[in-house]
Design a protein around this ligand. Sequence first.
Ligand SMILES: C[S@@+](CC[C@H](N)C(=O)[O-])C[C@H]1O[C@@H](n2cnc3c(N)ncnc32)[C@H](O)[C@@H]1O
Length: 258
Amino acid sequence: MINYDKSATQAIERSYNTPDIARQRLETLKSLALNVGEHVIDIGCGTGFLVNEMAAVVGESGHLAGVDFSQDMLDVAAQRCDTLPQVTLRQGSAESLPFDDVSFDAASCTQVLLYVPEVESAIAELARVLKPGGRLALIETDWRGLVLNSAHSSLTDRIFNAFDEYVPNANLPARLIPMLKAAGFGAIKVDAIPIINTSNSPANFSAGSLAWTADVAVKSNKVTQDEANQWLADIDSKAAAGEYFFCVNRFLFSAVKL
Ligand SMILES: C[S@@+](CC[C@H](N)C(=O)[O-])C[C@H]1O[C@@H](n2cnc3c(N)ncnc32)[C@H](O)[C@@H]1O
């Protein structure tokens, strides 16, 4: 399992500060169409980028609750939101939210459910805390759709298969619609949010994520350190030649609690 400690917090802070993920947050905000005074929950809020942006929309007459099970993530979120009295941050699990039934007008959960072992319970909890008519925005990635310029396509497959085995719910997007319907959501709409990087600049989302994925595969004994190094060196040489290409889709699921 992933350890959401200080080092994971720093990695999220870097990669979620990139324009790629800022654009994802804009799409999430557009889909939720929040109003001043609304009560909103962000589950698995991480370092609080989305909490901060949603709190600015609902204003001080609204309420923005961020929940995460990592205190290290919440500490950074608290600093980010320290001038926003409408924000409360709570340590808690997506599978057992520390809030009453029918408390929120809207909910977000972005790039979290793949890490949650009891994903149906987490979706049931989202339905429980939303008011009827409450809006939901969920974001998940399907890493099987990765497009990467690599000379080692079988190594790419082995490295990403190792990632699939490492997280409890790999490739969730293909399975989410029936889960949402079963939990009482309707008006389900899905949009793709592509992340396309044509250089491995540190300002891009993919810069750290490929090295991190290779490391997961080594630690899971699915590839050797030499193989991981060979895979990363090839990607670096492609980047040096101006031939870097990375694309993955994130999927935004918008839904309404019936
Ligand atoms: C990839 S980060 C995404 C952070 C944030 N949603 C964003 O988009 O900026 C995943 C977050 O989910 C949190 N998380 C993972 N499993 C969780 C669970 N079962 N309950 C609550 N939080 C969880 C982690 O601590 C981490 O902060």
